[in-house]
Design a protein around this ligand. Structure first.
Ligand code: S3P
Length: 169
């Protein structure tokens, strides 16, 4: 059962969750939060540092704690990290926290939007395209499990995607 009325964006790295979320919040005149940025502010360190020092499990623990807290809000637009759906407790939190929108994009677009970025530890590998494919295979069913709506972002402006979401929720 949904107890929250937030709008929560999920999807892979490079789907545009943060950019679109910010635009959507401005369009709807709602506050915006980004779980990754909240984790960084709380920790006083960036995500690569957290992965280095605490490992992915350390990051995931912080992520679950921040999600639990953020979904208590009402009327928030919330962008989440691409791996948030991996934990069952998070999926329950997402489900109850509001309308969940799964942002999708083609592998090529995801790669194009992330390839220069050094801030995503999981993509600092020899073959980031292969990594993106593996992550999508693993996570797509989980994004679908929590999604109330699925919106494709391929070759679209953040403004146009945000406008579509505003018409759905
Ligand atoms: C991750 C995605 C990142 C960030 C962390 C792990 C993932 O967020 O949470 O690097 O597991 O897919 P974005 O989806 O905003 O890049």
């Amino acid at each position: 059962m949904k107890t929250g009325n937030n709008i929560i964006l999920v999807g892979p790295m490079g789907a545009g969750k943060s950019t679109i979320g910010r635009v959507l919040a401005a369009q709807l005149n709602l506050p915006f939060e980004d779980s990754d940025r909240v984790i960084e502010t709380r920790t006083g360190a960036d995500i690569p540092w957290i992965f280095d020092v605490e490992g992915e499990q350390g990051f995931r623990q912080r992520e679950s704690a921040v999600l639990r807290e953020l979904v208590q809000a009402q009327g928030l637009v919330l962008a989440t990290g691409g791996g948030i759906v991996m934990r069952e407790e998070n999926r329950r939190c997402l489900n109850s926290g509001g309308q969940v929108v799964y942002l999708t994009a083609s592998i090529e677009q995801l790669l194009e939007r992330t390839y220069k970025d050094r801030k995503r530890p999981l993509l600092q590998v020899d073959d980031p395209k292969q990594k993106i494919i593996e992550l999508i295979e693993l996570r797509d069913p989980l994004y679908r499990e929590v999604a109330d709506y699925i919106v494709n972002t391929d070759k679209r402006s953040p403004k146009s995607v945000a406008h579509e979401i505003a018409g759905l929720v």
